[in-house]
Design a protein around this ligand. Structure first.
Ligand code: ATP
Ligand code: FE
Ligand code: MG
Length: 368
């Protein structure tokens, strides 16, 4: 069985052809990151235009590289939720006309479900497992019990950690920093933090009073922004011109984000253990999303998994960020179980907002 996967939920146009063992037969990826870096964030109509300009070529490239013809495909899987409405629309419209033209079954994909399942393409990981997804648009903890069976333990109440790090990096003008050219905000912070002393700044950890699994990062960003402002005044420099202590600020901000993520994850592990929701043997914590490629955050999480006896699993960086491969893999998993395959494609719509699975975050809070 062979599946074509298509991703356009945010700022990546991706396509891939996979067989049912998870072998990548062909793939192609076009990133809009550089364009959006210049505008200091994603402008949805620009993202839409770039998806429209690239999707035909990207899909064709993935097919050409795989040597698979449309006729030989068993299904087409495409991200339909959650994401930017204008971006999702491009992928969905393209996919629907493709499946109608070639008379193929269609599998609508939940972007976060795809992130969560990617690890199963790379190694043998049985359900149930705990999953932490941290990226530029999301922050959530969930228990994966099956291909389409998730319990949502917690999510961010304001912004995502990647967004926070991107905003801090922008406030520090790190794009212009000679050593940070071409890096995302999170990558720039990680690089500079290596040379910083995090103890030079103290940021209050978020939600100290709440013992649930939800996240909050806006407060961290506020504190960091205020500290930057104060330093700029002390040094008498224009906003964004700070040179001294940028490394220290990066290190302290990264540490605060890392320890918040680790504490919430610890809480989720304890909840799952008391409810007997994880297997006794070899329980796993899967971590993915762009922020998961941060070594410092991973090491902080490792302290938690070592202390609680979980195995920490993280796909390599190229599978942590958005791509067509993970969407095709989700299609393979769903096709195998006959779940969510659509034949009346006129009924398919996209959903910019869509929770992953059943939300039990209030149970988690009440259990503490
Ligand atoms: P989503 O997948 O939720 O729609 P997204 O497309 O922004 O959002 P990804 O492409 O998975 O997310 O990841 C990009 C985010 O990850 C950016 O916010 C970026 O700053 C962050 N990021 C990437 N590398 C690192 C790193 N090494 N440390 C911290 N953050 C990082
Ligand atoms: Fe993503
Ligand atoms: Mg992206």
């Amino acid at each position: 069985r062979v599946v074509l996967g298509i991703e356009t939920s945010c700022d990546e146009t991706g396509a891939a052809v996979l067989d049912e063992t998870g072998t990548i037969l062909g793939e192609s990826l076009h990133s809009q990151k550089e364009v959006h870096l210049k505008t200091g964030g994603i402008v949805p109509p620009v993202a839409q235009r770039l998806h429209e300009e690239n999707i035909g070529r990207v899909v064709q490239e993935a097919l050409d590289r795989s040597g698979v013809t449309p006729r030989e495909l068993d299904a087409v899987a495409t991200t339909v939720k959650p994401g930017l409405a204008l971006s999702l629309g491009v992928g969905l419209r393209f996919s629907l006309s493709f499946v109608r033209q070639h008379e193929k079954p269609f599998i609508p994909i939940h972007h976060m479900e795809a992130h969560a399942l990617t690890i199963r393409m790379l190694q043998n990981v049985e359900f149930p497992f705990l999953v932490l997804l941290v990226s530029g648009g999301h922050s959530l903890l969930a228990l994966a019990r099956g291909v389409d069976d998730f319990l949502l333990l917690g999510r961010t109440l304001d912004e995502a950690p990647g967004d926070t790090l991107d905003k801090v990096a922008r406030r520090l003008s790190l794009v212009k920093h000679p050593r940070c050219r071409g890096l995302s905000g999170g990558q720039a912070i990680e690089l500079l933090a290596k040379e910083g002393d995090r103890l030079q700044f103290r940021f209050k950890p978020p939600m100290g009073q709440n013992y649930d699994c939800n996240f909050s990062f806006a407060g961290v960003r506020n504190q960091v922004t205020m500290a930057i402002h104060k330093k700029e005044k002390q040094e008498g420099v224009e906003p964004g011109q700070l040179l001294s202590c940028v490394q220290d600020i990066a290190a302290a901000a990264q540490h605060t984000v890392a320890s918040h993520i680790a504490k919430r994850t610890h809480r989720a592990i304890l909840f799952c253990k008391t409810r007997d929701l994880l297997p006794q043997n070899n329980p796993n914590l899967v971590v993915s999303g762009g922020v998961a490629s941060n070594e410092y955050i991973r090491e902080t999480l490792r302290i938690v998994t070592d202390a609680t006896g979980l195995r920490l699993l993280c796909p390599p960086a190229e599978f942590c960020t958005d791509n067509g491969v993970m969407i095709a893999w989700n299609g393979v998993e769903r096709l195998r179980e006959g779940k969510g395959i659509v034949s009346h494609t006129q009924e398919v719509t996209y959903e910019p907002k869509a929770p992953l699975g059943r939300d039990i975050s209030t149970d988690v809070r009440d259990a503490s």
